[in-house]
Ligand binder design. Structure first.
Ligand code: DP6
Length: 320
């Protein structure tokens, strides 16, 4: 059977950094995110009885070695749940640069989980898909449900999954991404998670998480953009403080990243309300209310950024 699925990337307002269980990808804390309308992966999966191995290509490049291994391991996990033992031909395309801090692993593993499970004849619930996507890449579990999402940390395989808090249409906010760098990051987020505990600030971060999650959920429920923005911006800095103080330290920010951060603060002081967040890469996500996205885009151009992606909230993984 041949199946095509589309899944969005997502931006976390409260981040996942550090795991309770590395193999099962059980995070140290719950996280909150929004799916992105203009950063997605489209994956086609087809079973073929003549294949003697899974064949995987991403953006036209046939995978081998470690990259293929990570995907094959995930496909094996999905295959283990069915009687269908066929290998698959899998073609995946991203509409954004790979490995540059826009989580291609999130959209990639979400689209892969949906396409492959369907191609193998499985019919899974949203919760089951989220749990399985999590096994491929933690943040991928948040790209399965629609719109604004909470990933409940849980404490075992079955209790760690993401669900939709609100649909995409709930709140007209935007994520204007300034693409600062397109080269793959030196330390992957998978490796980075393993270092989190070595930071002296990690324990304090995790201890405060339940309170922070409650606060951002309240701001979301009230559509209070100022509270929402202040929490998400402080959270990004909190995570990067842990990254920069781990042993060895991880610096994902660069001078261009700092330039955008400072500009956002300045624009805000001038009355253009927006807040930044940054994942494990140099790109800056500028979060604003929908009416502000054109202005932010122009302002980013004025300070020298040419590559900009404007995202609205989006639905989760779907068959197309
Ligand atoms: C900084 O989901 O890429 O983007 O589970 O090892 O694949 P693995 O990690 P991944 O980590 C994402 C980290 C982050 C924060 C976030 O998206 O919550």
């Amino acid at each position: 059977m041949k199946v095509t699925a589309k899944a969005p990337s997502n931006i976390a307002f409260i981040k996942y950094w550090g795991k309770k269980d590395e193999n099962l990808r059980i995070p140290a804390n719950s996280s909150i995110s929004m799916n992105l309308s203009d950063a997605y992966t489209i994956t086609t999966a087809e079973t073929d009885e003549n294949l003697i191995n899974d064949e995987v290509s991403i953006d036209g490049k046939i995978l081998a070695g470690k990259d293929l291994e990570r995907i094959s391991k995930h496909v094996d996990l999905l295959r283990s749940g069915t009687k269908n033992k066929s290998y698959l031909r899998i073609e995946s395309k991203n509409n954004f640069p790979k490995g540059a801090g826009i989580a291609s692993s999130a959209s990639g593993f979400a689209a892969l989980t949906l396409a492959v499970s369907k191609a193998l004849g499985l019919s899974l619930s949203e919760k089951e898909l989220s749990i399985l996507a999590r096994m491929g890449s933690g943040s991928a579990c948040r790209s399965i449900p629609d719109g604004f999402v909470e990933w409940v940390a849980g404490d075992n395989d079955k209790t760690s999954y993401a669900y939709s808090l609100y649909p995409a249409s709930y709140w007209d906010i935007a994520d204007v991404i300034a693409i600062v760098g397109e080269s793959p990051k030196k330390v992957s987020s998978t490796e980075g998670h393993g270092l989190a505990e070595s930071s002296p600030f990690y324990e304090a971060r995790i201890r405060k998480m339940p309170e922070k999650i409650e606060k951002i959920k309240k701001a979301l429920a009230d559509k209070n953009f100022t509270d929402f923005g202040e929490i998400l911006e402080a959270e990004a800095i909190n995570m990067h403080s842990v990254m920069m103080t781990s042993v060895p330290p991880l610096y994902y920010l660069n001078p261009e990243t700092l330039k955008v951060m400072e500009a956002v603060i300045e624009w805000r002081n001038e009355g253009l309300e927006s807040y930044f967040t940054i994942d494990a890469g140099p790109n800056v996500h500028v979060i604003c209310e929908e009416g502000g996205s054109d202005k932010i885009k122009n302002k980013l151009k004025e300070i020298g950024f040419e590559k900009i992606l404007v995202n609205k909230p989006a639905e989760g993984a779907k068959l197309i």
